[in-house]
Design a protein around this ligand. Structure first.
Ligand SMILES: Nc1ncnc2c1ncn2[C@@H]1O[C@H](COP(=O)(O)OP(=O)(O)O)[C@@H](O)[C@H]1O
Ligand SMILES: [Mg+2]
Length: 321
């Protein structure tokens, strides 16, 4: 199966973000006062999906990272969740420190320590693969038990999102692939079983993708950003989320899974659960890629088509269907 048949930007670089100068003066003035310095450089980040501000700000003798979105935007609640989560991560978590968050000038604003880094290269043979898997393994251990107890359980928090075949089976789209059509009902039955083994005591990030990971320039460690959809669950979820991304980056499904071997959070997961989880991702992306593009995010659906192809390859490998 080919993953480069769509004319898309690089994986995960789908956001079209406002430039600093496009922002309301009141917001820029507020941030300038808050950080206590003139802003001498702005590096808008293209990674991610939300159309809010995401920029590295150069200050007179420091750097910060800012995320902001209008208070009445449909995604503002996610920014607030991220602020609540990031602000409660323990020392030692591989994530940037949240310096400040709040609402001003009609915008939800988060200010983090700036990370000088790049997104991981997940292609076969890249050293980043083991850097990232080890970091996620360590993170799962550190975040068990969850330092934030009052989070939705994974089985209820994630099931609304991470599924698709059941919906598609109600009214199969004309352009559904032959394999998907042939196995549609079986995939619909399979895609929810992972929830039986999804709950646990770990703080699960819930959105592990290359654009939410950074490899630091100074010491090549992996940093996890964007804690906008956390839940409490079993520890296999975050590390397993890498599999479709490893496949998109050129691994076979077998090689992608092999890259996780030896990490307890992966080794302890039952095979049936992983097979169902693969089907859930395939269903989710297959369903979502057929939705109209949300305003301000023109490349999202193309990315989801590629992701669906990867997750379908993973599901084929695991089911032998
Ligand atoms: N603290 C940080 N320092 C430097 N760059 C960051 C930081 N946090 C995120 N980024 C970069 O900004 C991008 C968007 O941030 P992210 O929090 O993922 O926003 P979104 O919710 O829009 O996906 C990331 O893909 C990453 O490249
Ligand atoms: Mg992101």
């Amino acid at each position: 199966m080919s993953f480069d048949r769509f004319d898309d930007p690089p994986l995960g670089f789908t956001a079209v973000r406002p430039s600093w100068d496009d922002l309301p003066g009141e917001l820029r003035d507020f941030v300038t006062t808050l950080v206590g310095s003139a802003i001498v450089g702005v590096d808008v980040q293209s990674g991610g999906f939300t159309p809010g501000v995401a920029a590295r700000l150069g200050l007179a003798d420091d750097r910060v990272f800012i995320k902001a979105i209008p208070d009445d935007h449909v995604l503002a609640a996610k920014y607030r969740t991220e602020a609540e989560t990031a602000g409660r991560l323990p020392i030692g978590a591989p994530s940037p420190r949240l310096r400040w968050h709040g609402t001003a000038a009609g915008w939800v604003i988060l200010i983090f320590d700036d990370v000088d880094g790049r997104h991981p290269d997940l292609t076969p043979g890249s050293p980043d693969v083991s850097i990232v898997t080890s970091a996620l393994s360590g993170m799962a251990a550190l975040l068990t038990p969850s330092p934030i107890p009052d989070l939705p359980l994974a089985s209820t928090g994630r099931i609304h999102q991470l599924r698709g075949w059941g919906d598609l089976a109600l009214s199969p789209p004309e352009d559904l692939g032959g394999w998907e059509r042939l196995h549609l009902q079986a995939l619909a039955d399979l895609e929810t079983r992972w929830t039986r083994d999804a709950d646990g005591t770990t703080l699960v990030h819930g959105d592990i993708r290359p654009d939410n990971l950074l490899i630091t320039a100074t010491d090549a460690t992996a940093i996890v950003v964007d804690w906008a959809q956390p839940c409490r669950g079993a520890s296999w979820q975050d590390i397993t989320d890498l599999v479709p991304h490893l496949i998109m980056a050129g691994h076979s499904a077998e090689a992608a899974e092999k890259a996780l071997t030896g990490h307890p959070s992966w080794d302890l997961a039952t095979p049936e659960v992983i097979t169902s989880y693969a089907a859930a991702f395939a269903g989710y992306w297959t369903r979502m890629s057929r939705q109209p593009a949300p305003p301000g995010v023109p490349h999202l659906r193309g990315y989801q088509r590629r992701a669906a192809a990867a997750a379908i390859a993973w599901t084929m490998y695991r089911t032998n269907w």
